[in-house]
Write a protein that binds this ligand. Sequence first.
Ligand SMILES: [Zn+2]
Length: 475
Amino acid sequence: MIVDWGKEQYGIGIIEINGNGDKMVEGVIYEFTGNPFVDAGIWALSRWVDKKPEELNEDDLKGIIDDIIYVYLNKAWSKNLFSVFPNNPLTNPAVKDKKERYSKFLMELIEKIEVSEASGDCISCGRRNRVERWGKDKIPLTGSKKFVNYFSYATDGADYCPACTFAVQFVPIVMYACGNMLLLHSNSEKVMKYWSKRTVENVKKQIVAREFTGCFNEGYKNPINALFHVIQDVILHYNERWYLEKPSIDFYHFTNYNQGPDLNIYHVPTSVFTFLAYIPQHEKYFDWLKVVRRGYRYVNWEKIKEEGDYKNNPNLVYNNLLNGKSIIGFFIDRKNKEAIGGWDLIKNYLLEVRNMDEKRINTIKKIGDELADYIETAEDIKTLKKLETASNYKNYRNILRIVIKKRIENGIEDPLFTFDDYVNYLFPEGSLTWRETQDLILFRIYEKLQFWIIQQGKQDEIVTSLELEESQEEE
Ligand SMILES: [Zn+2]
């Protein structure tokens, strides 16, 4: 039979009509919408058939239906689906012909996908019209259709076009199981592409091994630790110049479970991503891992056998990075007088994440050097102890003033710092940020004098024990 293809152009898409009157969508079905569920679903589809999102066509969508139902009908997956699509044909125990019902639903969605139009009432893409309104059994976190107060204008469901609805059905493929479900959303196509590739690989491995374990699951229960793991996994697995990427990243930690749906949104600052992307190339990368380890709470490191023993404990380094709080303290090991990672590593953190003025960083370093020099030359370990323990701004400034005096007495002509240094760089916000300055100066002194301080400490111990012995002898 000779097929006579007619071509008509509508909007940005192209409809091709063959002699039998069948409609074929040749135009672009998917563009990103900004809706985390729809975008994640588009990436799941794209990676599943290994095509760029904009290249996905009707046949691709049809071709994936059987695969996905095969996966979803497995026990571990069905269990996860209760948290995503409760009461849909796959999760509703009353439905006997699950495969047929869900397959029919998906096929009908494809049939109804219109060629891209300029605008439509879909609340996700805005370029197509809804055909039906959906509740939480089809689109997570929308609500039950009966309870109209869940929806804008009290409509009886959410307006999603068939293409967006179809994409959302594939979200579980790119979800990360972590107590509730974790969903990554980013404006960076590279981040989304690599993460979806990673999760799809995981699901395909399950198929090959015929061992179904549900959504990608690595034993995380703590969503913050999990999201840092996900970011570092993407950065370390795929060789990209990630620090140039500057993505905006959000994580949605949610459950759509019938009893108690819940949602927490975590925004990862771009500066934190850029820092994490750069750090694996730093020569002190292993010191950074040490800093992260110091962030874990309630861990008895002597009893730890494997990562699983602590990876769900709260980590203050991660929590602070996420909340824009300082982690300077975690670089300083006061007990062992160690400056973990050295000045170059912490400087990177200060510049990239804290957005600290470089002149301020250099001034603090210079003064730290001068103080270290003074303490060692004058063998003044007492001043170090005072710098370590000063508990208020006034007290700290006083210690510096005394050092200035002593330096002059010792014939050092260069001032410890100028008035300009003091006002603009050392304590630019006075009592607000003096602790930061105190910590950084201490960091630098430890870096310069660690060995010397430990030696002094040992001498102190010897002196103390000698004194003790003497006093005991006297008794
Ligand atoms: Zn749409």
